[in-house]
Design a protein around this ligand. Sequence first.
Ligand code: URA
Length: 230
Amino acid sequence: MRLDKFVCKSTELTRHEAIVKINEGAVCVNEKVTTNEATQVHENNAIVLNGIRLKARDFRYILMHKPAGTICSNIDEMYPSLFNYVDVENVSELHIAGRLDADTTGLVLITDDGRWSFGITAPNNKCGKTYRVGLSKAITDDVAIKFKQGLKLQGEQQFTRPAKLEVISSKEVLLTITEGKFHQVKRMFSAVGNRVMSLHREAIGDIFLDVEVGHWRYLTRDEIHSLTKR
Ligand code: URA
């Protein structure tokens, strides 16, 4: 990791403040003054700021219930960022592992561990994401087979991976997919002549949404490991 990032992660300093301190010569790496903020360092290096050895904070892993009308972005845009609901320190260091559309609700995973989120969203991770979908028209019998076989979405060369459809009622289904193409669920139903009216993510892998809308909690150690050991 870069030295400025390490200093930020292990202190209350902003990125800019960390760079200033490093450029001033206030930081030593393995007993050598290091003024280049881009220097690559490892947590095992002895990194000292003004005589005090820094210890990297542990990574954070958060489950959140995203409200409708919020966006999976670190800043407010057309809609408020869902990070407005996450009252932790250094919130700007966090990012989302698997975004949802502004109108989609449900389970979102948030972290500052880039390697972990890359593992979850990587194409070869077959981690299932389960959505409760409200439809404009009654579901027809052929859709479960089509989704299981995979279909070509508009503008895509490859077929979608096998997906599991469970019918709850004529216009409500549970859909589990193992990939995360742009607007994938909406485009899958559009490809079979239907339209998504409501979309809510209930689970990612074995982690189920269990907090109220707008609330969050830290993941347990077992939950953190469960998503990357597939
Ligand atoms: N698929 C979509 O179309 N939208 C989402 O928000 C998530 C999956």
